[in-house]
Ligand binder design. Structure first.
Ligand SMILES: [Zn+2]
Length: 258
């Protein structure tokens, strides 16, 4: 097999393995448990999971989604996160090739995946991911050349500042908290990795997608539906679209507004 084909395959396997670790983070971070010890175990019968039952995606299929010992259903979250992380790794590798940019953006997208699933389950965005994420993004821009440091720094300030302003105005206007401080830190992290232009694009895209989904849910569930839809998943989705298609979208926008 040619080298590039081999590396592409490795990027998928690597993504699936990282996805398996992300599942551990998703389950344990909200409970403030260690992500290193103890090893993986069944949440029902507590039996330790053997390495051959812990192969990303493959084991889930072989075990048909059931624990080997107690036969209780294994959450579909596991193969889903492994699959999405594997695909993210593949698409980033196809976009950026065997480069540092691939690694930096893979770290970024992996953080977004953990944040999205935790926010969907618990309506919180853990500071232990977003705050170090801001630091890692800034540091990466200082050391590597995927974006300029100033671009990253303005991204952090714009991302943190603009959402903070919106959140404050919302609270003042509706007398209740709409957007959490978690969203502010997440957008600052997005700014650190992608720069300030991507922050603007992310706000536009996530508001658009969020409004459409919000309207659909209100139509389906009735308008006194009270569950606050978490905004983190939309910010994450907007950021991923900005990462892959940002330049195309900005060029297209400038083109139609000539
Ligand atoms: Zn079990």
């Amino acid at each position: 097999m040619e080298l590039l084909g081999m590396l592409t395959l490795i990027s998928i396997v690597f993504g699936a393995l990282v996805g398996s670790f992300l599942n551990v983070c998703i389950v344990r971070l909200p409970k403030e448990e260690s992500i290193i010890t103890p090893g993986s175990h069944c949440p029902h019968c507590k039996k330790a999971i053997k390495f051959y039952d812990n192969v990303p995606l493959v084991s889930y299929l072989l075990l048909r989604g059931k624990c080997r010992y107690c036969k209780k259903t294994i959450s579909f979250q596991y193969p889903l996160v492994e699959g999405i992380t594997a695909l993210s790794s593949l698409f980033l590798f196809m976009r950026f090739g065997p480069s540092l940019s691939y690694l930096i953006y893979f770290v970024f997208v992996a953080a977004l995946i953990v944040i999205t699933v935790i926010d969907l389950y618990h309506q919180i965005i853990p500071d232990v991911i977003s705050l170090p994420g801001i630091g890692v993004g800034l540091l990466a821009s200082l050391i590597f050349s995927h974006i300029a440091f100033l671009d990253s720094l303005i991204g952090v300030l714009l991302g943190g500042g603009s959402l903070f302003l919106v959140a404050t105005l919302y609270q003042w206007f509706f007398k209740r908290e709409g957007m959490g401080g978690g969203d502010v830190k997440l957008l600052a992290m997005i700014g650190a990795f992608l720069g300030w232009k991507a922050v603007i694009l992310t706000i536009l895209l996530s508001s658009l997608i969020g409004s459409i989904i919000g309207i659909i849910i209100m139509v389906l569930k009735g308008k006194d539906f009270k569950y606050a839809i978490p905004f983190g998943p939309f910010l994450s989705l907007g950021a991923v679209i900005a990462l892959f298609f940002g330049n195309h979208l900005i060029n297209w926008y400038l083109y139609i507004n000539r």
